[in-house]
Design a protein around this ligand. Structure first.
Ligand code: CO8
Length: 258
């Protein structure tokens, strides 16, 4: 399936793999790379054989941000006409679990890509930050919003105003990371987690993701209404029948995502 210039894409054991592959510039994210990432994500989302997606960076970083050379000449009008964030926003429409496996730098747009994933495995050497302030700009793909929701105003402003990079351990304390692991086992651990998801009922994974994402923005009441609808909906699935029958018959379930 891989016919890409800036990423590597393949599938293994029910896991869709995306590796950022612009290693000479620390996987700086240029516009064609955004297109390639979203295209690969959407293809995996439609692929019945894929249950979870893992994104990592090739070389010595996850991604050191948007491509500064490409952005340097932009104007408000060129950005408005380009409307690149419309493409970026489509990441939020991906229904399957996306797991980021992060080592080295995850800065600017690279950090925003991490924050767009559902679960984050980080190597102890990973460094996260929004250095945009040092370039005379600020995050533009959701960074300020997601960081503030995750850690609150006072801490978010400290990181955004200084542009400092936070160590993975600090990011973990702020609740930005699912699991901190030794660099040499990063991919192994992320893939082992993805492999666990491959065993689960795909529709449950999907609707749990939908409900948790709604919980971030909704009131408790609205969130619980959304949860209830999704709970009821799963009782229309073949996998609900299979999961409960298998429990009663004391055997492992065979989920099919139907
Ligand atoms: N864009 C373009 N090239 C880059 C970038 C980048 N973001 N980051 C690194 N590179 C290039 C360097 O220019 C260098 O190229 P060359 O070998 O040709 O000189 C190569 O990658 C290796 O980098 P360094 O030699 O600098 O490596 P160091 O280990 O010394 O330093 C750093 C690593 C600290 C990560 C350093 O490269 C750095 O500060 N990079 C820029 C980080 C940054 O400012 N990122 C934010 C960019 S702005 C942004 O992301 C806005 C997001 C808006 C939304 C975008 C959605 C996609």
């Amino acid at each position: 399936m891989s016919n890409h210039k800036f990423i590597r894409v393949w599938e293994e054991n029910g896991i869709g793999r995306i590796e950022l592959n612009r290693t000479k510039v620390l996987n700086a994210i240029n516009r064609p790379m955004v297109t390639e990432i979203i295209t690969a994500l959407e293809q995996f989302d439609r692929d019945h054989d894929v249950s979870a997606i893992v994104i990592n960076g090739g070389g010595r970083a996850f991604a050191a941000g948007a491509d500064i050379d490409e952005m340097a000449g932009d104007t408000p009008v060129s950005l408005e006409l380009l409307n690149q964030f419309a493409e970026w926003d489509r990441i939020q429409g991906i229904k399957k679990p996306i797991i980021a496996a992060v080592h080295g730098f995850a800065l600017g747009g690279g950090f925003e890509l991490v924050l767009s994933c559902d679960v984050v495995f980080a190597a102890e050497d990973a460094k996260f930050g929004f250095p945009e302030v040092k370039l005379g700009v600020m995050p533009g793909a959701g960074g300020t919003v997601k960081l503030t929701k995750a850690m609150g105003k006072a801490k978010a402003l400290e990181w955004l105003w200084t542009g400092d990079s936070m160590d993975a351990a600090v990011a973990e304390r702020h609740g930005l990371i699912t699991r901190l692991v030794a660099p040499e086992v990063l991919l192994e651990e992320a893939l082992a987690f993805a492999a666990r998801l491959v065993q689960q009922a795909p529709l449950s994974l999907r609707l749990i993701k939908d409900t948790v994402n709604k919980a971030i923005d909704y009131s408790v009441y609205e969130g619980m209404q959304a949860e209830r609808k999704n709970f009821y909906l799963l009782f229309a699935s073949r996998d609900q029948k299979e999961g409960m029958k298998a429990f009663i018959e004391k055997r492992p379930p065979e989920f099919r995502g139907e």
